[in-house]
Design a protein around this ligand. Structure first.
Ligand SMILES: [Ca+2]
Length: 114
């Protein structure tokens, strides 16, 4: 019986830590999603909910002042990697998905950040 009580206590303590971590994980996802959504909306000059290659490059050129051919190629590669469905544009979901991929975190579910 002592073992059962000990294991039950261990389960309770671990569950509390799990709940705390789950809450922090949810908050971290929300912060990242909102940040990417804000950046995305600033880059989406046509307000169609998609980033064209022109919008993507224009935004990155404004961030990175010293552009050489290597940097431009890196931007083009980033665009291609972001455009998961090969539609020649990036959706907000694709933009967020890429960040989860870089963070090595699975993207479980999708909701539009507010
Ligand atoms: Ca657009």
């Amino acid at each position: 019986m002592a073992t059962t009580k000990k294991l039950r206590n261990q389960l309770r303590v671990t569950y509390k830590a799990y709940q705390k971590s789950a809450l922090e994980y949810t908050k971290a996802k929300g912060k990242l999603n909102r940040h990417i959504a804000d950046q995305f909306r600033q880059m989406d000059k046509s307000n169609d909910g998609l980033l064209s290659i022109n919008e993507f490059m224009a935004a990155l050129v404004s961030y990175e002042k010293s552009l050489d051919s290597k940097t431009v190629q890196e931007f083009l590669d980033a665009f291609k990697k972001s455009d998961a469905d090969h539609s020649e544009s990036i959706s907000l979901q694709e933009a967020i998905q890429l960040q989860y991929s870089f963070a090595n975190v699975p993207m479980d579910g999708w909701e539009i950040p507010c």
